[in-house]
Design a protein around this ligand. Sequence first.
Ligand SMILES: NC(=O)c1ccc[n+]([C@@H]2O[C@H](COP(=O)([O-])OP(=O)(O)OC[C@H]3O[C@@H](n4cnc5c(N)ncnc54)[C@H](OP(=O)(O)O)[C@@H]3O)[C@@H](O)[C@H]2O)c1
Length: 276
Amino acid sequence: MKNAVPALKLKSGGMLPQLGLGTWPMDDAQAAAAVALAISLGYRLIDTAENYRNEQGVGEGIRAAGIAREELFITTKFNREWHSIAGARQACINSLQRLGLDYLDLLLIHWPNPQQGRYVEAFAGLQQLQQEGLVRAIGTSNFKLDHLQILLQHDMVPEVNQIQLDPYHPRAELIPLHVQHGIITQAWSPLGRAGELLQDPVVVEVARQHDKTPAQVVLRWSTQLGVVAVPKSSDTLRLQQNLSIFEFSLTDEDMQRLGMLGRPDPEMLDADIFGH
Ligand SMILES: NC(=O)c1ccc[n+]([C@@H]2O[C@H](COP(=O)([O-])OP(=O)(O)OC[C@H]3O[C@@H](n4cnc5c(N)ncnc54)[C@H](OP(=O)(O)O)[C@@H]3O)[C@@H](O)[C@H]2O)c1
């Protein structure tokens, strides 16, 4: 099947599809089924992590899909115990073994864990892995402004920063720094975990105007901003709907209305305090 999903160019040269499959909180069996199904529907970007404990299932799904490895873009992430040069290498090898792959398209530091204070070493480990060819692209997840600025002071530029982002969490504090340094923004929980956001009156009204679902409007909003989204679904129809957001466009007015929905969220995880 031809992949109609646009892709963004990474600093290291590869192409990152703008829409992929999130696999948390799937277990191995659920991940194997969802990954194989998603690939058969046209998904090429798959997002997993050591912490999801489903890399083995993701690998099974990839093999079951029977598609050439180079057509896929596989992302995983490692935990704080691996924040060192040798640790990042071991984490990568462990993930490759669980996935049954011989390289990763993107490896991310899952959380900065600033109390531990070793994410600079972890990033140096990523740089070595990239030089070795075990990893094609390298990046961070959940890094806030201060954490990115410390990396930048060491001339370390993540190719991607994967953060919580949706119309309720537009992350205006972070995006300009990403743009300034060519860091691609990747959105986790891009549907707001299918909570209140998908019933928001503005989202519902824009969806009605375009004859689309609220989830499609929310995903279209993020990708139209130049963000990569990795919504999770195990359902065939929703997987198809989430992938088919490149057939319509939101107007400037829609984008502005959706862009004004941001609001403080006292329950949002703070990467200065939370991390694994
Ligand atoms: N880097 C990090 O720290 C971090 C943290 C959290 C998540 N993530 C990644 O981001 C991915 C996505 O985040 P998430 O799973 O938390 O939230 P999400 O993708 O915003 O929402 C997932 C929920 O939305 C439902 N859904 C999917 N498509 C839908 C549609 N078209 N209409 C209505 N409901 C729909 C899913 O149910 P069904 O399955 O029943 O369709 C599921 O309950 C994760 O899977 C993971 O890969 C990364």
